[in-house]
Design a protein around this ligand. Structure first.
Ligand SMILES: Nc1ncnc2c1ncn2[C@@H]1O[C@H](COP(=O)(O)OP(=O)(O)OP(=O)(O)O)[C@@H](O)[C@H]1O
Length: 304
């Protein structure tokens, strides 16, 4: 469990986090989404004690990171894939981390296999692609078998197969009861990976919802095609829905969901040829939400 309460972080005159509060619960994959500069990395860094908050707290299983006695076993984090020693092999990179926590080489071998780096375990990291470094970073995060996993932009540099691999791995970790928090600035990546999403903009929480809920909330209308559209239109209006006729003879219905429309039509023996819920794409929703946050800030004047 991760709990962030009223977290504020200033870097000089930059307000990176502005009384940010949220929880990431065990057993699910939580996406931490926001445009570049929204404050995602700063939040993750504060959670693992790399940066100090100006005010507020970040707790892992009810404790501040500094108060956790064997942190690698409690929290695993991938924060910066560039932070590797290029002259070291993948195995040595993990061995250096493992030593301080008395983790044996068998665990390293298992993890390198799990992340698909077994064949390059003894190659220097300097020659690794970004995707390979991401895999190594994920292995490092999992070294201590932690209950909480934080990954900053873990699919950055991965191809479609790599993204699927991260998704499957994260789902497995969550199904084992772990807390998984992944950041990304790309909605389409999150839509594939996360069950639940926290959207931040300018250091503030804009929305917290399930992926499904997000899509549902922004569903616009239902497109209905029927050879008896006028009759159906009257019935739907009588039931309280709003109905507009579209150019090609379809009905655009708001105020009734597909099940209600289908049931009403069936009750009157009216055939239905199409019933399609329409909404903004997740990408549109996200850009809209984060854009509004930016506008609000720009127009708000002096809220910093
Ligand atoms: N060490 C630092 N010194 C000064 N300003 C910083 C520092 N780290 C982050 N910032 C600023 O804080 C704000 C939040 O940055 P942060 O890196 O947390 O955002 P992010 O959502 O992770 O974006 P990105 O995906 O681009 O890393 C930005 O305005 C950034 O310029």
């Amino acid at each position: 469990m991760i709990e962030v309460r009223e977290l504020t972080k200033r870097y000089g005159s930059t307000l990176a986090l502005d009384r940010l509060s949220f929880q990431a619960r065990p057993g699910r994959v939580t996406g931490f989404l926001g445009p570049n500069g929204a404050g995602k990395s700063t939040t993750l860094r504060v959670i693992v004690g790399l940066h100090h908050a100006t005010s507020g707290v970040a707790l892992v299983n009810g404790r501040r990171y500094a108060d956790i006695s064997r942190p690698l076993h409690a929290v695993g984090a991938l924060l910066d894939t560039g932070a590797v020693h290029p002259g070291r092999t993948a195995f040595d990179q993990l061995a250096c981390l493992a030593r301080s926590h008395r983790i044996g080489s068998a665990r390293i071998t298992t993890l390198l296999e799990q992340v698909g780096l077994r064949d390059v375990a003894h190659k220097r990291v300097g020659g690794f692609s970004l995707g390979m470094r991401q895999r190594l970073g994920i292995a490092a995060a999992l070294l201590g078998d932690p209950g909480v996993v934080l990954l900053d932009e873990p699919v950055n540099g991965l191809d479609a197969e790599g993204i699927r691999w991260v998704r499957d791995l994260m789902r497995t970790l969550a199904s084992q009861g772990r807390t998984v928090l992944l950041s990304s600035h790309v909605m389409s990546e999150m839509a594939l990976i996360a069950d639940h999403v926290l959207i931040i903009g300018r250091g503030r929480l804009i929305a917290e919802t399930s992926m499904e809920g997000l899509a549902r909330r922004f569903r616009r209308d239902v497109l209905v095609r029927s050879p008896r559209r006028h009759e159906l239109g009257r019935i739907l209006r009588a039931a309280g829905a709003s109905v507009a006729f579209e150019p090609q003879g379809a009905l655009a219905v708001t105020g009734a969901d597909p099940a209600t429309i289908g049931d009403l039509a069936a009750g009157h023996h009216i055939p239905i040829h199409e019933l399609t819920p329409r909404g903004a794409t997740l990408e549109d929703i996200y850009l809209d939400m984060t854009g509004q946050a930016a506008d609000h800030r720009a127009g708000g004047g002096g809220s910093r």
